[in-house]
Design a protein around this ligand. Structure first.
Ligand SMILES: *Cc1c(COP(=O)(O)O)cnc(C)c1O
Length: 385
């Protein structure tokens, strides 16, 4: 029986993507070098790079490794960053800067409220030493889509540079780096491009990259050195995840055949609509109000019903072929269902049916959340209004 990963990476991949991993490649081989080069070109083709200001650098490791490579290579030692936090991934950026010993301040909005452009404006007015804003595009821990365009515009008006963790959004949500005046954006193989996990990539302004020579704290995470080697020899500096790279090339081809960023975003949005409508009909409620729901992943409150236990729910869903994702909220119990990966709306309808059947097995008759969860959400929404 096939199993669907409703998790935001690793995610469900197409059979042809997995089949691409059946071939062994030598990392020094011409064919493999061509593969790496074509991947870098295809990624740049997903953004508006008509005036050729951006480079794409591939880097081994999971997404976090690549974020760390970006921060450690591109942030000058005397920089001061504003980190925007509304979940686990924003927190991880702050933690990385602590490790790197870079100066930074935070705006922390808690579990799921979006950082507001006006708050960034206030911060930049009161912290004129700020050189960079670092932010998360889709905060995967809640699924919220942050207002990066509006915030980048504020940063640009101060001459402040922007670095974006677009891990779970790139490839499905359009970004216009030039209009954003964005220095760099990072994503990875196993999110919206629908490849296997093993490496990530940074899209970075060439001038910024050139100015970063010799800055990295880390030999293996030195983005500048990786770029120079890739540019000059076509090779990765250290052993690349060859099978994963081959799978990614196939995933990019499927992305293109589907119709690119717009079509992929549309499929995910349709997945989300089928999921949310179906789950609401069962009595479930989403953490986020409709305006902030992303087409990437949706957080649902756990039902108040005493019969509901997440562990049994997880097992029931797994038995039916669906791997769901635990919640990451601190205040209330929740779980998440991803809308990304090689799945369509008919799969999402099966997910909803599997939820209904699992609840019936558990003896849960009402999927509505406890009133305390809704009250907590309302209090925070009021505080941000
Ligand atoms: C997936 C993801 C990452 C990277 O996580 P890894 O576990 O290192 O792959 C970083 N930021 C966001 C927003 C993500 O969704």
């Amino acid at each position: 029986m096939s199993q669907y990963l409703l998790t935001p990476g690793p995610l469900t991949t197409d059979l042809s993507v997995r089949e691409a991993m059946l071939v062994d490649h030598g990392s020094w081989d011409d064919d493999f070098r061509r593969l790496s080069r074509s991947i870098r070109e295809s990624i740049l083709a997903l953004i508006d790079n008509t005036d050729d200001t951006y480079e794409c650098v591939l880097m081994q490791g999971s997404g976090t490794f690549v974020v760390e490579a970006m921060l450690g290579t591109l942030l000058p030692h005397d920089s001061h960053s504003l980190v925007l936090i509304n979940g686990a991934y924003g927190k991880r950026i702050a933690q990385t800067l602590e490790y790197l010993g870079r100066s930074f301040g935070c705006i922390d909005k808690g579990d799921y409220l979006p950082p507001q452009p006006s708050e960034v404006l206030t911060y930049l007015n009161t912290h004129p030493q700020t050189t960079h804003v670092v932010m998360v595009h889709c905060e995967t821990s809640s699924g919220i889509l942050n207002p990066i365009n509006e915030i980048a515009a504020v940063a640009a008006s101060f001459g402040v540079r922007t670095l974006i963790d677009s891990m779970s959004a790139f490839g499905a949500i359009p970004v216009d780096l030039t209009r954003l005046h964005c220095d760099a954006l990072v994503s990875s193989a196993n999110k919206c491009i629908e490849g296997a996990p093993g490496f990530g990539f940074v899209i970075v302004k060439r001038s910024v990259l050139e100015a970063s020579a010799g800055r990295s704290h880390s030999l293996s995470l030195d983005l500048h050195a990786q770029w120079k080697t890739m540019r000059d020899t076509g090779q990765w500096r250290f052993t690349p995840p060859t099978h994963v790279v081959a799978a990614f090339a196939q995933a990019l081809l499927l992305h293109q055949q589907e119709g690119g960023v717009a079509a992929r975003g549309q499929r995910y949005a349709t997945n989300r609509a089928t999921l949310v409508n179906g789950m609401q009909a069962l009595g479930f409620q989403t953490l986020l109000s409709d305006q902030w729901l992303s087409p990437i992943i949706v957080t649902f409150f756990c039902p108040a019903d005493q019969q509901f236990k997440f562990a049994s729910f997880y097992d029931g869903m797994k038995t039916r072929g669906f791997i769901v994702y635990p919640g990451k909220l601190t205040e209330v119990e929740s779980f998440r269902i991803g809308c990304i990966g090689a799945i369509d709306s008919s799969v999402m309808a099966q997910v909803v049916q599997a939820c209904a059947d699992t609840l019936a097995d558990m003896g849960v008759t009402d999927a509505s959340p406890p009133s305390s969860a809704l009250q907590a959400r309302q209090r925070l929404l009021d505080a941000s209004a």
